[in-house]
Ligand binder design. Structure first.
Ligand code: PMP
Length: 394
């Protein structure tokens, strides 16, 4: 029977990692995979995470099962982190999931349980796994315009026109901040216009929040999500703890559902726990416990916020440095968008041939759509990349 399986196309980014590893050239630069790296190319364990783990290890007395929807301390800490002071606990259902990916998958399953004819609107481009998961689930996908390749900013008129076609019973997936793969984001005024359209159409927003704290700061990065929460009664949020806590392999995420009334909230909470049960039963505990411990312990939280802020400002500094270097080499401001983008990624707008040339001639690896991971750079490699970009004719 298993011989009937069809070969699956390898994940492009994972394939790129393999290619990078096999490259024997000195000074090769990896700007591919979406993982934060410090100036030495290392993905560190954050100080507060390390300390929280020590405390958990010292106090934990059992490895028995925990709670199907996750521990209440994790759920409420995450709801507070994402929704801030506007959080309405009596209207919010929460689910611990297997990473942000698990939260997205459960969000889509939940929406389909509520409406079997669901369509999902996604940005073009988006994180490729969004579309891959939807295709695998057999969900109809509608792409909305997002990136303007001339300005390298958001094509907001295109976005508005396309999401206006959504109807009640559809889901509109939006990136909360630090859009992957482009780095181009909505302003708060634009979020308000998106809220107008969602109000008018009755479509339900699903916000993918995978990089809170990597863009303009913990609060600013949640501002769009919070604005939508204040305007639209029903919404889903898939939050990942992988990047902002640096706990990628612990697989920690949270699905939040804001509901229109308390009865619907209870119904939704029950459906969400059911979905965990059907998929993997109890969600992972350790990463969620780390997050709850950090967020609920004032001195650990303060230290985590400080370290995250250093990570964020370091990436911003590299962006500004790269934009400056390119502007002096190009003799124009046409790469100014790199300093405007936020988060770990920028889409350069290079052709696949230029991306290939940068890899082959300069041993600099970026994703084929010209997404580069800013965190893969340091003070030494910024000028090397800038030269390669100009010489490849971008
Ligand atoms: N959404 C986006 C936009 C992402 O970039 C990622 C991670 N690459 C995720 C969700 C999922 O993250 P996790 O590793 O927590 O599953």
């Amino acid at each position: 029977m298993l011989a009937n399986l069809k070969p699956q196309a390898p994940d492009k980014i994972l394939a790129l990692i393999g290619e990078f590893k096999a490259d024997t050239r000195q000074g090769k630069i990896d700007l591919g995979v979406g993982v934060y790296k410090d100036a030495n190319g290392h993905t560190p364990i954050m100080r507060a995470v390390h300390e929280a783990e020590k405390r958990i290890l010292a106090s934990e007395t059992t490895k028995s099962y925990s709670a199907l929807a996750g521990e209440p301390d994790f759920q409420s800490a995450m709801a507070g982190l994402v929704l801030g002071a506007g959080h309405k606990p009596e209207l919010t259902a929460a689910l611990a999931t297997v990473g942000g990916t698990g939260a997205i998958r459960q969000a889509l399953e939940l929406a389909r349980m509520a409406n079997p004819d669901l369509r999902v609107f996604v940005s073009d481009p988006t994180w490729p796994n969004h579309v891959s998961i939807m295709n695998f689930m057999g969900l109809p996908v509608q792409h909305y315009r997002y990136f303007d390749n001339d300005t390298r900013g958001v094509d907001f008129e295109g976005l508005k026109a396309d999401i206006s076609a959504a109807k009640k019973g559809d889901v509109v997936l939006l990136h909360g901040c630090c859009h992957n793969p482009t780095g181009a984001n909505l302003t708060l005024e634009q979020w308000a216009e998106v809220a107008d359209i969602l109000e008018k159409t009755g479509a339900m927003p699903l916000i993918d929040l995978a990089y809170q704290g990597f863009g303009d700061g913990l609060e600013a990065d949640a501002a769009g999500t919070r604005l939508i929460a204040s305007r639209i009664p029903e919404m889903l949020i898939a939050a990942s703890c992988s990047k902002n806590f640096g706990i990628y392999r612990e697989r920690t995420g949270c699905l939040l559902a804001q509901c229109g009334d308390a009865t619907t909230r209870d119904l939704t909470q029950g459906a969400m726990a059911f979905l965990n049960r059907q998929t993997y039963s109890f969600p992972p505990f350790h990463g969620a416990k780390i997050v709850a411990t950090v967020l609920n312990t004032p001195e650990l939280r303060a230290d985590w916020e400080a370290e995250l802020e250093a990570v964020r400002s370091g990436m911003l500094r590299l962006r500004e440095q790269l934009a400056r270097e390119l502007s002096s080499l190009a003799g124009s401001d046409r790469f100014g968008f790199i300093a405007e983008h936020r988060g770990m990624f920028s889409r350069l707008g290079a052709t696949p041939e230029q991306v290939k040339r940068i890899k082959e001639e300069f041993a600099i690896y970026m994703v084929g759509d010209s997404r580069l991971n800013i965190a893969g750079l340091n003070d030494t490699t910024v000028p090397i990349l800038a030269r390669a970009i100009i010489e490849a004719g971008v």
